[in-house]
Design a protein around this ligand. Sequence first.
Ligand code: F6P
Length: 476
Amino acid sequence: MKRIGILTAGGDTPALNATIAGAVVRANQLKVEIIGLIKGFNCLFNPRVPHVHLNPLYQEIPELDPTKGGTLIGSSRDYVDPDNKEGLDILESRLKKLGIEGLICIGGDGTLNGLQPIAERLPAVLAPKTIDNDLGLNYPSEPDEWARVNDTSAKSGYRYKRTTSNAVFDLDQIVNYATPGYATAVFVSAQGVERIRTTAESHRRIAIIEVMGRHSGYIALGTAYGRPDIILIPEQSLDLEHLVERVKHLYDLQKNVVIVCAEGMVDAQGNELGAETRSTDPSGNKILSGASEALGRKLIQMMGDKLFQNYRRAQSAREAIFIRKVGHTQRGGRPILFDRFHAAQLGGKAVELLLEGQNNVVATLQWSRSRGFHVSSFGANRFHDRWGHIHARYMHPSVYDPHLMKPSRTGIEYLLPIFTHAIGEDDMEHVRQTLFASGNLTQPYHSPNTDVNKRIRYLEGEIEAQVKSNGEAVAA
Ligand code: F6P
């Protein structure tokens, strides 16, 4: 294999450039060319097929900086339809025209689903990424635990449901222990929690902090490092009475409460608090927004104004309870050491897998008590349930204590290997040296997109055809 394509798909993470860099470094050693496909699968739906050569003469281009968040080749949430044979034929012919013999997709569970029909046409592997930490399995037999039940309200007429598990949960058995991007998202969120705490303390307030993660509670779980009082995760339905009782107790004791709420949390009926609008992104993922607002409304109603007036701490519950979202700050910026290092290793592993002649496999980050972290691989077919669907990983119930509303002992054991040495000295030194640099005040921001743009090439022939039919070229 002499030429590999690489793309980044789905929501970005701070560690994507690190994965690309890891792949390029390994490709340079093996004398393989790497072509970056611009904006994920969208590149292959665009007749111009915008792409960039990432290692001319087997040297990485200078714009590729593993310490910079985001992705220099762009990302999109475009969906590959396995039933669109014609579309797949076009996609295949475009990759062939580019001389691409194997494809690396950097993505999560949605990307792995999209990769399935592609892997029937040319060798393709996945290097994992997602801040949600939901690409993987709690144990190898987990896909067999899914059942499909009829549901007339669902578009397809059915929905997937977890059945009771017979497997023993053991940290050594986790397939893909953590995904690049997760550690940095927790780093940002936990800092946010710490910062909100002191202002809640000063003003005798109750803070609800919403973190991302879609239907996965891993980011919320990790914010335990910022020492919130309560963590609410989507995998455990909300017990409002227990929550209010706990909040009242803490408020009485310490005059402030900090609650972390995952954006995908569900009420006692299993409905997402944040999915009021029921809209979806292009890949069909439900857009979640509003969990913290919904929770805030419930708390305001259940706690009432009297309590705050009696304490002489606020005029009303509305004044005392406030909501903040960590938002996209947890998905951006410089990746911390854990993410950078392992993302690069996984990128390198993806190249090796293709060169070994493997197809439709996932490069994974494994952890065991005896070996610590190491990269390995896992066949994509083993992620499929019986109907061929790949599900996002559920956070295992044993890592959370629903009574304490915090990580359980097992949850703590899960977090420790990831975070104990996750921050590099250079991460903090970077802040010290760069944030208040005087040049920041005088020089405008220089986006790597500006430079990468100059390197973008298009598929000839396709452009001419497009120009003829449209009268003008389509932008990348
Ligand atoms: O999947 C990553 C993620 O950041 C989720 O945690 C979140 O729900 C979603 O993407 C947000 O997507 P967007 O950036 O498109 O709003």
